[in-house]
Design a protein around this ligand. Structure first.
Ligand SMILES: *[C@@H]1O[C@H](CO)[C@@H](O)[C@H](O)[C@H]1NC(C)=O
Ligand SMILES: *[C@@H]1O[C@H](CO)[C@@H](O)[C@H](O)[C@H]1NC(C)=O
Length: 363
């Protein structure tokens, strides 16, 4: 999602800020000690109380249960305005369309999950005709599903009817009842993880991929089959290391200091297309209640990964994931790509056909 080129931030500024923070910390240390002891007692009592309360509660966090149909009597969490930098998650969202056989009667090796705007049927159809049509690659079963929220605006009701018709035909839509919007992408990603944690633990990998991305499925599957590729705690893509927290209030992805004090986000794979092993959805959901969800979905996943002590992995070749490729790519350059941004539906089709015909370097 978050396909900007990072700004160069002043290192000096952040060093200065850190040393100043250190001085303030030292002054406060004594006072903190006393407070700390007080808090420690409080926390211990709370923990004893909570663990005694319900030992059977799974670790998934409050959001997880909300999509369990039978658990829909759970009271709505206290209403809280998320403000401009956070999203309304967790809440009692539930899936209102969810009849795909994927992960229910099948256990694919790889699930391709495509968050897409409800109205964007053109992209869904293009994906169904191109990389989404590849169901068996290198002997591995692959399935593609689309995830949407509720359509908004005047045409919402008609759009909802069309979505139902579309799903009757393809059975590949998953819909949760949050308001679908660009600002709400983090909600989409989190309910996607809830769905995966609930249904897909027998599968090995999931790729979250945006609807404007070209995917070379065979190249992706051969990376995932490589013995060097871990099957647990694994997340890869175009990893943004040292991504600065943008402090210019006039630009996209601005984030004030009182929301994120650090000058950098923890490392995270860019939202355009990332892979994770299927142990991770559950683990991410288990820590997410401790981290207030910012609206930048990929950076938020980075924050969750950091809390888990897990680092994303760079792909073996840096040209495998490209966010701003120089179009048109030569056959040689195209042969190295797993996922890249395209600028139109027809461009994606043309690239996919070129890949089908075979792309290679040299010769
Ligand atoms: C859903 O909730 C019900 C009742 O709380 C519980 O019995 C069931 O195991 C839950 N299902 C899952 C998949 O967590
Ligand atoms: C995000 O989703 C929540 C829950 O449906 C909704 O209340 C909120 O208005 C949505 N925000 C935007 C900007 O669409």
């Amino acid at each position: 999602m978050h396909s900007y080129i990072p700004e160069k931030t002043s290192q000096r500024e952040s060093l200065f800020r850190r040393s100043r923070q250190r001085t303030v910390l030292m002054e406060n240390r004594r006072r903190l000690k006393k407070i700390f002891i007080g808090i420690l007692v409080g926390v211990t009592v709370t923990i004893i109380y909570l663990t005694a309360e319900d030992k059977s509660e799974p670790l998934y966090g409050p959001g997880y249960k909300k999509n369990n149909f039978t658990a829909s009597q759970t009271p709505e969490p206290k209403w809280e305005d998320p403000g401009p930098y956070h999203v309304a998650y967790p809440r009692n969202y539930r899936f209102i369309m969810d009849d795909t056989p994927t992960c229910k009667t099948t256990s694919p090796f790889l699930i391709l999950m495509v968050p897409v705007a409800p109205a964007n049927v053109a992209s869904r159809d293009t994906i169904r005709r191109t990389w989404g049509s590849e169901k068996l690659v290198l002997g591995q079963q692959i399935e593609t599903v689309f995830i949407v929220g509720l359509p908004g605006g005047k045409a919402a009701k008609q759009l909802q009817d069309e979505l139902r018709e579309e799903n009757k035909q393809h059975h590949d839509l998953i819909q949760s009842n949050f308001q679908d919007s660009y600002h709400n992408l983090t909600i989409k990603t989190m309910v996607m993880l809830e769905w995966l944690a609930e249904h897909c633990s027998k599968s090995t990998f999931i790729m979250k991929i945006d609807s404007d991305i070209l995917l070379h499925v065979k190249k992706l599957v051969s990376l995932l089959l490589d013995l060097k590729t871990p099957k647990e705690n694994y997340m890869t893509g175009l990893v943004w290391w040292h991504s600065p927290v943008l402090r210019n209030p006039f630009i996209k992805f601005y984030m004030p200091r009182d929301v994120i004090a650090e000058s950098e986000y923890p490392p995270y794979p860019l939202g355009m297309a990332y892979v994770m092993s299927l142990d991770l959805p559950k683990k991410i959901l288990s820590v997410s209640p401790q981290i207030k969800p910012i609206y930048i979905e990929d950076a938020y996943l980075g924050m969750c990964l950091k809390r888990l002590g897990i680092s994303p992995t760079d792909p073996p070749d840096e040209s495998m994931f490209q966010v701003t490729p120089q179009h048109p790519l030569s056959s040689c350059d195209l042969s190295k790509v797993i996922a890249m941004t395209t600028t139109s539906i027809s461009q994606m089709q043309v690239y996919w056909q070129r890949i089908q015909q075979g792309v290679q370097c040299g010769a």
